[in-house]
Unconditional design. Structure first.
Length: 252
């Protein structure tokens, strides 16, 4: 009985030491991955990296991690400019807020210089202020004597974006911006905003001329690791986006 008690005590102690060593190792790995991701993506701040699954050390021995979560508070994605609308002055970068990605089946090289996930899904938000940059520029000459531009984007409710348009007719600015509800969708790597109906600018204009103002597109092709936009939905503070990818590079 005494020998059995000693064996149990030793087992518990060794088990506790293994858990401690495992948690220390995973913490070190998370910090190292976060630093490398910050460097690789040129981030202003260090991202949050969380390695899921227990034990970590047996995953390392197998050369593949079950799941890794990455959180980036502010990410500046590359763009190819905007088309349509008044997006002539669209920026080369667009800020994406709270990019959270869940990566499955993360295989890594023997020297840990690279890591690639079999699949990844995630969420993020593009604020209305950032999206407005794709539409806002100098007023567009809609027709002789009529100029207009988008001056505001906000939540229109029921998955719609409220687009506010400021117009000047024959030298006189309309007393207040006119608004229209628009739908948001994604095609490939491009977010598209399309007016459900046309705003009344005070004069009768051809639909295609008015849509030069109300409708615009923003291409986003520089998300980390090769993930891409999968879906979009208008929300309270901006457009919520879903992202996904396969063979996504986490490090290296």
């Amino acid at each position: 009985m005494r020998a059995l008690r000693i064996l149990l005590i030793v087992t518990v102690i060794l088990g506790g030491l293994f858990v401690i060593a495992d948690r220390v190792a995973v913490g070190f790995a998370e910090d190292e991955a976060a630093d490398r991701l910050k460097t690789n993506e040129g981030l202003a701040t260090t991202p949050d990296v969380s390695i899921k699954g227990f034990p970590f050390l047996t995953q390392v021995a197998g050369g593949e991690l079950d799941e890794v979560e990455v959180g980036i508070k502010d990410y500046e994605a590359d763009t190819s400019g905007a088309t349509g609308g008044t997006g002539g002055g669209a920026p080369a970068k667009i800020r994406i807020d709270n990019l959270d990605a869940r990566m499955k089946g993360v295989a890594f090289s023997g020297d840990y210089s690279s890591a690639k996930a079999a699949s990844a899904t995630g969420t993020a938000t593009i604020s209305y202020g950032e999206l407005l940059k794709a539409a806002k520029a100098e007023p567009v000459d809609v027709a002789t004597g009529v100029t207009a531009k988008v001056v505001g984007l906000s939540d229109g409710g029921n998955g719609k974006i409220k687009v506010e348009v400021e117009a000047t007719v024959l030298g006189t600015k309309l007393p207040r911006p006119v608004s229209v509800l628009s739908s948001v969708s994604v095609k490939g790597d491009t977010v598209e905003v399309h007016a459900d109906s046309l705003p009344n600018l005070g004069v009768q204009l051809a639909e295609d001329r008015v849509r030069l103002i109300t409708d615009f597109r923003q291409k986003i092709d520089g998300l980390p690791g090769g993930i891409r936009i999968d879906k979009v939905e208008a929300a309270d503070k901006g457009v919520d986006i879903g992202v996904k990818g396969s063979n996504v590079s986490l490090v290296g």
